[in-house]
Design a protein around this ligand. Structure first.
Ligand code: HEC
Length: 115
């Protein structure tokens, strides 16, 4: 069950990196650098944030929302992450990691809510 899902995420990630660069302004458009940053971001998130947000940001918070849901509804998820991650490099890396899951979340029917 899980493997196709992970594959789909990977495909989304790759295609969003390669096919939609104009919609994804980034200070580092280089794909190799992005995937390195993404791996770093995952390491940071899993080690420091997953206790309370799970590895995928999908753990319910007290008000019933999740970090992922909140970020998906935000115009600027990186800025919101900045409230918790003061280091700009870490913030960018975690944004890279979480952005793929935001896109996944936003593309599922349950998450496809209007802003
Ligand atoms: C000790 C538990 C805990 C840890 C660890 C933790 N968080 Fe959270 N975080 C929370 C809770 C609880 C909330 C919800 C607070 C609220 O209701 O506004 C929250 C909210 C947030 C928000 C605000 C979402 C919004 O509404 O804008 C961001 C961003 C966030 N966390 C990012 C992170 C990141 C990134 C890390 C790791 C560096 C992290 N958190 C680690 C418990 C935690």
């Amino acid at each position: 069950m899980k493997t196709p899902f992970v594959t789909a995420i990977a495909i989304c990630l790759v295609s969003s990196t390669w096919l939609l660069p104009p919609q994804r302004p980034s200070p580092h458009p280089d794909a190799g650098e992005q995937s390195a940053g993404l791996a770093q971001g995952k390491a940071i998130f899993v080690s420091r944030c997953s206790t309370c947000h799970d590895d995928n940001g999908n753990k319910k918070l007290a008000d019933g929302t999740t970090l992922l849901a909140r970020l998906a509804q935000s115009k600027d998820p990186e800025a919101r992450l900045g409230t918790r991650l003061k280091n700009p490099q870490e913030r960018r890396q975690v944004t890279l990691y979480i952005r793929s899951m935001i896109e996944q979340y936003a593309s599922t029917p349950a998450g496809a809510k209007p802003h």
